[in-house]
Design a protein around this ligand. Structure first.
Ligand SMILES: [Zn+2]
Length: 198
């Protein structure tokens, strides 16, 4: 019989995880110039690792929108800022999505839009929003395998949203160190592993 304390069931208001596995003590704020806008699929919000939220909590200049579809008014507001779409999480799509511009002039971009969803859902979100297909894409080259071994998640096969953002922002703002964003993620994995092995 397992008895859960009320504390372990209570959710942290910041990371939305049970207090017993809250990672907030490992959160570090990183200052970024180019805004990171994360469009998170509602299913991803329920995902125990929710790395899009970690990125949002760590980046000083970021926004998290949980939605599968955005209204025209929302898109108008989002795209009022010169934007590029982060492509890494989509780079392993089985077929290329409709082509936008493949190379973007990074200097003129003030916002990085990241879709936080499984590839299927990412594709659906792009399909639902042709305007997102048209904006320039930032593609990450090279090894896109996660550095982390995580059990029981679909993330193990690809780069997590958080790692993708860290890679992209390191490319876009080389003077800043974005590695501290990974700390809560590492803490979360450590907590998970201790639960599995104990
Ligand atoms: Zn927390």
């Amino acid at each position: 019989v397992s008895i859960q304390s009320s504390q372990s069931r209570q959710l942290c208001q910041t990371c939305k995880r049970p207090l017993s596995v809250c990672y907030c003590s490992a959160l570090q704020q990183v200052t970024n110039q180019i805004k990171v806008l994360i469009v998170q699929h509602p299913l991803e919000e329920k995902h125990p690792f929710n790395t899009g939220r970690i990125a949002h909590l760590g980046l000083s200049n970021s926004e998290l929108i949980v939605a599968e579809s955005l209204s025209h008014a929302q898109l108008d507001k989002i795209l009022a800022i010169p934007s590029m779409l982060l492509y890494p999480s989509l780079a392993w799509l089985p077929e290329p999505v409709k082509t936008g511009q493949s190379i973007c002039d990074i200097a003129s971009m003030n916002q990085l839009i990241v879709i936080d969803a499984t590839w299927r859902k990412s594709k659906k979100i792009l399909h639902l929003h042709p305007r997102l297909q048209e904006i320039p894409r930032l593609s990450l080259q090279g090894e896109l395998k996660s550095n982390y071994q995580i059990r029981k998640t679909s993330m193990a096969d690809g780069l997590s949203t958080l790692e993708s953002i860290v890679k992209a922002m390191t490319l876009l703002e080389p003077a800043q160190n974005f590695a501290p964003l990974l700390k809560p993620f590492e803490k979360m994995i450590a907590i998970q592993q201790s639960h599995y092995t104990s």
